[in-house]
Design a protein around this ligand. Structure first.
Ligand SMILES: *[C@@H]1O[C@H](CO)[C@@H](O)[C@H](O)[C@H]1NC(C)=O
Ligand SMILES: *[C@@H]1O[C@H](CO)[C@@H](O)[C@H](O)[C@H]1NC(C)=O
Ligand SMILES: *[C@@H]1O[C@H](CO)[C@@H](O)[C@H](O)[C@H]1NC(C)=O
Ligand SMILES: *[C@@H]1O[C@H](CO)[C@@H](O)[C@H](O)[C@H]1NC(C)=O
Ligand SMILES: *[C@@H]1O[C@H](CO)[C@@H](O)[C@H](O)[C@H]1NC(C)=O
Length: 311
């Protein structure tokens, strides 16, 4: 039953059918039959305004679904594109009133705004904020650069180009061109290709993003990241349950040589990823011993959930 509910919500969402849902969903729903969480309920207020900058080939679809489900269940307004009539998702677009649907129950004007933005949108903070309710929480997700490049070159069928450009770079690092897959993660945050080759600019940008983002999740530590997200947003365990999305069944083996070459070739992404992997683990350390308890509980929930899905 619970699985049907989730499946239905996701289907409904993906078809983007506005209007009331045919059933009631609430945060404290009985979707899950496990014991209560080991943590006493806190007094914080669940966050309602959030911006998730979705990046390419970082496993961000699972996180996207988490935000969509939460927004649907809590009747929040989404920034949806009028151009993508399939599901309304924003894809690589500059935000502009003329291409987005009005928020629930309102028009786009100074007194009615959006709660959630989750999409491939160029990171222009001021523009984004002008569409959002006050003080949205900003999150994004990064992925280890070698697996990211591998995913990128297979998804976009650019294996040859990527390998050739990496080899050319290793021979003659100075002759750099705007190359597919190279430093793509940092470029999604508005840095030009040329700027990604300047380590001083790269480091400054990383520092700025560190100030501007409330949490940068790391794909390799997705469950850990979600525990931090749950606390940041004052959500429940049920809110962060997920099923892996968009996963390929075959992948190339990533050799140490390939990894090492990617780190040199895509060095801005390497610095970017390393920095936020470090801050993630620093946050986990600050969380204290409760972190392991929460993580274990969450993984039990995930196991139970996927068992139910398999029925
Ligand atoms: C949903 O909840 C509202 C308010 O609690 C109630 O009036 C309504 O009948 C419920 N609808 C369904 C389909 O259960
Ligand atoms: C928004 O998009 C419309 C139509 O594409 C365009 O005419 C307008 O100049 C854009 N506005 C901004 C602020 O970019
Ligand atoms: C904004 O939209 C609201 C809701 O439709 C409306 O009541 C209000 O008059 C609008 N404000 C402006 C400045 O247009
Ligand atoms: C950029 O940051 C890295 C990692 O902290 C550091 O090793 C490097 O020296 C910095 N580069 C510049 C130009 O500041
Ligand atoms: C991320 O950081 C942790 C803690 O410093 C480290 O053990 C781990 O190897 C790093 N992961 C990657 C993929 O670099």
């Amino acid at each position: 039953m619970s699985l049907l509910l989730i499946a239905t919500i996701l289907t409904l969402y993906s078809r983007f059918t506005p209007g009331p849902l045919p059933f009631n969903v609430s945060r404290d729903s009985r979707w899950f039959t496990t014991q209560p969480s080991p943590i006493t309920p806190s007094t914080c207020q669940p966050a309602e305004n959030m911006v998730f900058i979705k990046t390419h080939k970082t496993g961000s679809t699972s996180l996207h679904c988490i935000f969509c489900r939460y927004g649907y269940a809590n009747k929040l307004s989404f920034v949806f594109s009028t151009r993508n009539t399939k599901d309304g998702h924003i894809r690589k677009e500059h935000l502009n009133q003329s291409i987005i649907l009005p928020p629930i129950g309102g028009f786009v004007n100074s007194s009615s705004k959006y709660n959630i933005l989750t999409g491939h949108v160029s990171y222009k903070r001021k523009t984004i904020n002008s569409f959002m309710e006050d003080n949205p929480i900003y999150v994004t997700i990064l992925r280890e650069p070698a697996t990211h490049v591998e995913s990128h070159m297979n998804f976009f069928s650019q294996r040859k180009q990527v390998m050739a450009s990496m080899q050319a770079f290793l021979k003659k690092p100075r002759t750099s061109k705007n190359e597919a897959g190279r430093n793509n993660q940092l470029r999604e945050f508005g840095l030009s290709f040329e700027s990604t080759l300047n380590e001083r600019i790269v480091n400054e940008t990383i520092m700025t993003l560190d100030k501007e983002f409330d949490l940068v999740l790391i794909l390799e530590y997705f469950d850990e990241s979600l525990i931090l997200l749950k606390h940041l947003l004052c959500w429940s365990f049920e809110d962060i349950i997920y099923l892996a999305q968009n996963q390929r069944t075959t992948r190339e083996t990533i050799t140490d040589t390939f990894r090492h070459n990617v780190y040199r070739w895509s060095n801005a992404d390497y610095l970017f990823y390393n920095y936020f992997n470090r801050t993630l683990w620093e946050k986990i350390r600050q969380f204290g011993p409760r972190f392991e308890i929460e993580l274990a509980h969450f993984r039990d929930l995930l196991k139970e959930h996927s068992k139910q899905m398999a029925l």
